[in-house]
Design a protein around this ligand. Structure first.
Ligand code: AOF
Ligand code: ZN
Length: 379
């Protein structure tokens, strides 16, 4: 490692973060080109399907009238050597003749996994790996998990009051929120990262949400409802928009067999039924995760309510948490208590890599489950 390696890699990580919410399910990647202690080019992967970080940094270098020859290229993820939606970054790097390439994390994808590093070394370029690796792995936890295991990353999100209530009990006609508008805006970033979002049927019955996000162009967010008995109202907002954004309803085989007409009515609205046939040793949530992963969902956002959140925790299916706490005590005017279903968990859980943010009075506690941190080797 050379003296300024960490400093420049931190800069590349900062650039990479700009892509969060636009690049998924691709990784967020940043790149800094340094020549004689001067930054000669910067780039990041801006959106899914667009040029990779290294290509943008090389382009920046060219636009500044500088040459990348004999430079050091800092990149937060192993450069690709495959033909994907874009040509291999390794070819562009080799052509630009840097003296050294510094990489933060290896890309565990089948098409990479060290092949990109090898390609650069074979071309006579000095390559160093593992600089700021923890930050780089933390930044792309979902991508790294999906690439290494083929299983999607789950984000548990909820908003609660100080006394652990997820909703107001009284119906005033107008919708009353728990978290403020700034927190709710922040949730859109989580939705943009995800390829699917899941709620329980109670959330549909009480809130009638749309669950849409404004994800990057060309991406769709599949809206999943856990609805064993097919109680979803035919006139709810979700079904009304099923033709525009996919709706997937996880239900049981028994319900579909006993109520085929109901199943047909829901299907005719444009929703897809995902039928879980009680399989010994397989929970319906593991079945859902398997199915979504197979369909290319790399990040699943779990938006509750309390029973659904507790179920994901009980099944050890929580990778990441975003818990918004609003400075409110609702007492008897609150409902949907998160503490009650969580009391059934037999194990305690301490979040790792905790980050706390405040949104005009609301506080958001974020972190990873120990299991996720361990899988990423950043426990
Ligand atoms: C890089 N730099 O900035 C990114 C990389 O379909 P494509 O062509 O966009 O390729 C996507 C794959 O490339 C993705 O799965 C991951 O392995 C790698 N992402 N690689 O060299 C980048 N975003
Ligand atoms: Zn690439």
């Amino acid at each position: 490692m050379k003296p300024d390696d960490e400093k420049y890699m931190q800069g590349a990580l900062k650039l990479a973060r700009r892509g969060i919410g636009s690049v998924e399910p691709n990784p967020a990647v940043g790149c800094v080109i340094v020549k004689g202690n001067q930054i000669a080019g910067k780039g990041w992967h801006r959106k899914f399907g667009a040029p990779h970080a290294e290509i943008n940094a090389l382009e920046d270098c060219k636009n500044l009238g500088l040459s990348p020859e004999s430079s050091t290229i800092y990149v937060t993820l192993e450069p690709c050597s495959h033909h994907g939606k874009t040509p291999p970054c390794t070819d562009a790097i080799i052509e630009s003749r840097p003296a050294r390439v510094v990489v933060a994390a290896i890309d565990p994808s089948e098409h990479a996994n060290g092949a990109g590093i090898q390609r650069l070394r074979d071309a006579g370029i000095e390559v160093e790996t593992g600089i700021c690796e923890t930050e780089a792995r933390l930044l792309n936890g979902p991508f790294l998990k999906f690439a290494a295991t083929g299983r999607c990353w789950t984000i548990l999100k909820w908003a609660q009051t100080i006394d652990g209530k997820l909703a107001w009990a009284d119906k005033t006609g107008e919708r009353r929120w728990i978290s403020n508008e700034f927190s709710r805006k922040d949730v859109q970033t989580l939705r943009k990262r995800a390829q699917a979002i899941v709620v329980g049927i109670n959330t549909i019955l009480t809130d009638d949400p749309l669950l849409t996000a404004r994800p990057a162009k060309g991406k769709t967010l599949t809206r999943v409802v856990l609805d064993t008995r097919l109680s979803i109202p035919l006139d709810c907002q979700l079904l009304a928009t099923a033709q525009k954004a996919p709706v997937l309803i996880l239900t049981s085989r028994r319900t579909v067999e006993t109520e085929p007409h109901r199943a047909e009515q829901i299907r005719s609205k444009g929703a897809e039924l995902l039928i879980f046939a009680d399989t010994p040793g397989l929970s319906n949530l593991h079945f859902l995760i398997d199915e979504l992963s197979e369909r290319g969902v790399a990040q699943l956002l779990v938006e509750g309510g309390p029973t659904v959140i507790a179920s994901f925790l009980r099944e050890r299916l929580a990778d990441e948490f975003s818990v918004y706490i609003s400075p409110l005590i609702l007492g008897g005017r609150g409902k949907a208590d998160i503490a009650a279903p969580l009391a059934q968990l037999t194990e305690s859980l301490a979040l790792r890599h905790v980050n706390i943010q405040s949104f005009h009075g609301d506080v958001c506690i974020r972190g990873l489950s120990a299991q996720a941190a361990e899988e990423l080797s950043i426990l």
